[in-house]
Design a protein around this ligand. Structure first.
Ligand SMILES: Cc1cc2nc3c(=O)[nH]c(=O)nc-3n(C[C@H](O)[C@H](O)[C@H](O)COP(=O)(O)OP(=O)(O)OC[C@H]3O[C@@H](n4cnc5c(N)ncnc54)[C@H](O)[C@@H]3O)c2cc1C
Length: 727
């Protein structure tokens, strides 16, 4: 900080002296003309000293962003001629520009990047990808002031070396024009005549050449990708969608809504994971488990005792009834009536425009399609732990088939799925041990969130084992045992059933990606338009990542459908700036935007405001007075960067902040909005109130207090102490 201040003071001093001493008069065309003969004589006598002196003067002017570079460039032509003049100016201007760039970076970049980090994310990504091209264009077109480019580029993430060489090459054409004009200095009356409109247009055209070349190269790359395939002259479909889960259903729905001919192929069950083995059954099970937990807590509500008689199998049957009740929303009939051609079968991409479908009825068909959306989803990841296959295991795919409650259960994994099912099975009566190899469960959330959930789990009798790495499974005397490593020692955990919930792996094989050479990492690789390397093949949902939620799959589906149908006329970049999610454990945890861990990792400056829900009337009345609303804001402003809510119905409460963040509504406006009393939603407003209190305008309040005093005592306002009116 001190070094920054010292440099700033130095620069300020230099600039103030420059203007105070009117040194600018030495950088005028007239002054040079009047001194031209003397300077030329000096150069003839001491050419090296003159060149060095000129170089340093130019460097200083460029580095300090002082006006005068254009005049000095002309002087270079007049004194040193076209060749040497261009050489000197080219190196001096690029070096000076780089010094100015580094100065701006040193003084301001950290501050700018921290303060405007969210907004700068896209710019930084753009600079990372195409910064050189943009800089080159800006340098070639001398309409944008030289010093401004240096300073602004210093605030971005462009590398110094790239800045230097792109600047040097980019400025060369303009330098040549000016130095050449300088060779005729005597005839020059002003700077304005040097660049005629024709010259400006030529430079501008030169500036866009690299961008155009890039586009041409992209076209050629695309042509090369497609050239090994024969493009059909006509298509049977506008779009074929592979996979009928959340992403595929929404994609085909949108396509049908905009009157495209679309086929949706699903090999298993429409509705995919969410309906059949994910969100819906898990939330149905959570509901039954919650009822049991409330009965256990009956005394808290003034009910002396409440007992539940239940059969686990009946609970699991209810889960299936819930799935069945929602099924019609995702049914073949519904989608057919919406205009989607639904095919039950397995799809394989056989060329960029052809999908082969082996129907569940054994019939095969090949559809020619203008575009394809891959929405093939993900499956539970099962780590290769020795002995796992021998003991047998459950996953989120198979756990729904259980009809007998395992007396002792291990849940492997402390993420959202593992945590939700841990609490459910514990509440239903299993003795559950949750095993997590990281230092805490729900590791994506802030530390205190994990602590609250862990404490609740332990209070409910769950054995939460963190820092425990599953090493192997064995069967000893008919008993299944997990051997986990904890602090270098083996820990033995006997169990009856193990549920593996350590993450989900995208489905990437078996349906043509390998044959077409579509690149994949953990998910299908796409650009921000959700296009794969074949621009007419898109991916959405869990198979595309980076989030694995139904609402994100549906969100991406809109982009995939619209881009697939309307590109190249119009394309939209998928927007992940405001992504919420919830983990439906008790206490419920909901997240939006940044939490503290991420803000710190990304170097984003933030302020934290916390409202504790134990103070909220409705939460107290409901016997749920726990948890908090934590809002991260831009320092000194009410702009929301992220929210974490822990507590009853957190996933519902956060919707207000989702809307606010999406539409740039700050905490002041949330505070000024009427919330129904008594509701849990009031917590959102009270969090805004906490923020407001911390940012109360102290001076104004002092003034208002003085006003009240004067009003009470009947004093004229002018008798109030003068300091109240001084600011
Ligand atoms: C236990 C659990 C709880 C969850 N809870 C929530 C929650 O509360 N909230 C939330 O937002 N998310 C939740 N999720 C995540 C959510 O289920 C997924 O993010 C969502 O289902 C992803 O949808 P998708 O369309 O990308 O993939 P999927 O739903 O997996 O659909 C992909 C479909 O493609 C089909 N398919 C694959 N290959 C082919 C082929 N070659 N031909 C034809 N068909 C093919 C598959 O059969 C599948 O039906 C949960 C997940 C689990 C496992």
């Amino acid at each position: 900080m001190h070094r920054r201040l010292a440099l700033f003071a130095l620069l300020l001093g230099a600039s103030v002296s420059f203007f105070a001493l009117d040194l600018g008069r030495f950088l005028s065309l007239d002054y040079f003309k009047s001194q031209q003969a003397a300077i030329e004589a000096w150069r003839a006598a001491q050419p090296l000293a003159a060149a060095a002196m000129f170089f340093l003067a130019y460097l200083a002017i460029a580095a300090l962003s002082i006006p005068g570079a254009a005049v000095l460039t002309l002087v270079a032509g007049a004194i040193f001629g076209l060749g040497w003049g261009t050489l000197l100016v080219s190196f001096a201007s690029a070096s000076g520009a780089t010094l100015a760039f580094l100065t701006a970076r040193f003084l301001l970049r950290d501050w700018v990047q921290a303060r405007f980090a969210l907004r700068l994310r896209a710019i930084n990504a753009g600079i990372e990808r195409e910064g050189g091209f943009y800089l080159f264009t800006l340098r070639l077109v001398p309409i944008v002031p030289f010093f401004l480019i240096n300073l602004l580029m210093g605030l971005t993430a462009i590398r110094t070396w790239s800045f230097y060489w792109v600047s040097q090459i980019g400025m060369l054409a303009g330098t040549l024009v000016y130095v050449n004009a300088g060779t005729q200095l005597a005839r020059l009356e002003s700077l304005s005549g040097i660049l005629s409109p024709g010259m400006l247009i030529s430079l501008a055209l030169l500036g866009v050449v690299p961008l155009i070349s890039k586009k041409i190269l992209e076209r050629l790359r695309m042509k090369k990708i497609y050239e090994q395939w024969i493009k059909p002259k006509r298509f049977d479909r506008n779009l074929v969608v592979i996979g009928g889960g959340s992403a595929g259903l929404v994609t085909s729905y949108i396509a049908a809504a905009v009157k495209a001919k679309v086929t949706l192929v699903e090999k298993h069950k429409l509705g995919g994971d969410c309906l059949n083995t994910g969100c819906v059954p898990s939330k149905a099970l959570i509901r039954s488990a919650k009822l049991l937990s409330h009965m256990k807590r009956s005394a808290e509500f003034g009910i002396r005792s409440a007992t539940a008689e239940f059969d686990f199998a009946e609970v699991m049957e209810r889960v299936q009834r819930v799935v069945k009740a929602i099924e019609p929303h995702d049914s073949v009939e519904r989608y057919t009536s919406l205009g989607v051609d639904v095919v039950e079968g397995t799809a394989k991409i056989v060329s960029p425009w052809e999908v082969e479908i082996v129907g569940n009825d054994g019939k095969t068909q090949r559809l020619r399609t203008r575009a394809i959306v891959i929405a093939a989803g993900a499956r539970p990841f099962v780590p290769p732990i020795p002995g796992l296959d021998t003991v047998g295991y459950l996953t989120s795919d198979t756990v729904w088939n259980l009809r007998e409650l395992p007396p002792r259960m291990i849940v492997l994994g402390g993420g959202p799925i593992g945590s939700e099912l841990t609490q459910c099975f514990a509440r239903l009566g299993s003795k559950v041990t949750q095993v997590e190899m990281l230092p805490r469960i729900m590791v994506r959330e802030d530390i205190e969130v994990s602590e609250i959930v862990t404490a609740r789990f332990r209070a409910e009798g769950i054995d939460v084992l963190v820092n425990h790495k599953a090493k192997k499974f064995v069967v000893e005397k008919g008993e299944k045992i997990l051997i986990a490593e904890h602090e270098g020692k083996d820990v033995r955990i006997p169990f009856d059933a193990v549920l593996v919930a350590v993450g989900r792996a995208a489905n990437l094989t078996g349906y043509g990606l390998e044959d077409l050479g579509i690149p994949v990492g953990k998910t299908v690789t796409t650009n921000e338009y959700l296009q794969t390397n074949y621009p007419n093949i898109y991916a959405a949902g869990d198979v595309a990542g980076p989030y694995q939620f139904t609402h994100v799959a549906a969100h991406q589906a809109w982009y995939a459908a619209v881009n697939a149908l309307f590109a190249p006329f119009k394309k939209f970049k998928a927007d992940y700036s405001v992504i919420p999610w919830a983990t439906f454990v008790e206490p419920e945890v909901a997240r939006l935007g940044l939490n503290e861990i991420e803000a710190k990792e990304q170097g984003i400056a933030y302020e934290t405001t916390v409202y504790h829900i134990d103070d909220l009337d409705r939460a107290i009345a409901d016997g749920e007075a726990h948890g908090f609303v934590k809002v991260l804001t831009v320092p000194g402003k009410d702009k929301i960067l992220g929210v974490t809510i822990v507590g009853e119905h957190a996933g519902d409460l956060i919707a207000e902040y989702v809307l606010a963040m999406k539409h740039g509504i700050g905490l002041n406006k949330i505070l000024g909005t009427i919330h129904i009393y008594p509701t849990l939603a009031e917590a959102n407003k009270y969090a805004a109130g906490v923020w407001k209190k911390a940012h109360a305008p102290e001076k104004l309040l002092e003034l208002v207090s003085a006003f009240h005093t004067a009003a009470r005592l009947g004093l004229p306002l002018r008798t109030l102490p003068e300091r109240f009116f001084s600011e």
